[in-house]
Design a protein. Sequence first.
Length: 161
Amino acid sequence: MSSTTKQIASVKNDQPVIPIDYKEKYRKTLEQLVEAREQIRAHQQIDTRPTTTQHRAENGVAQSVQPARALSPELAEVVRREAWNYLSSFPYHTIQCVNVGKAAELLCVEEDTVRTYIKCGKLAASKVGKEYRIRIFDLQQFLDATAVVKVMRKRKHNIAS
């Protein structure tokens, strides 16, 4: 047994747990892959939805796309676990977000204006519960894209006269 392999002495579902090699910690065991493949095949056999559908892209061209299929609970758990492993590899401090109130304060506009920017797609945001969260990076991109130069209006009458 190499120094990077660790033996785990436990039993899961009346089967011994396979030793985990930490160099390959993101690879799934053969049993999980076989089980996932069987579930996908069983799901494909009972699915009666059309295999393709038309979707109009932003440039107006119609494209054929395959609709998403619902995942079985076991396969969804595998996907959730892998997504969590991927996302947890990012340091938390690099993903800074602000709420609508703070974004409005930074942009010097009202909160309703920020919500309007989000709804019309000018400002990227994610909805967490009932609130929007805006990444600082997206806010900076929005500021760079919509830089407005204020032009002072000329007065009709000279104040000094």
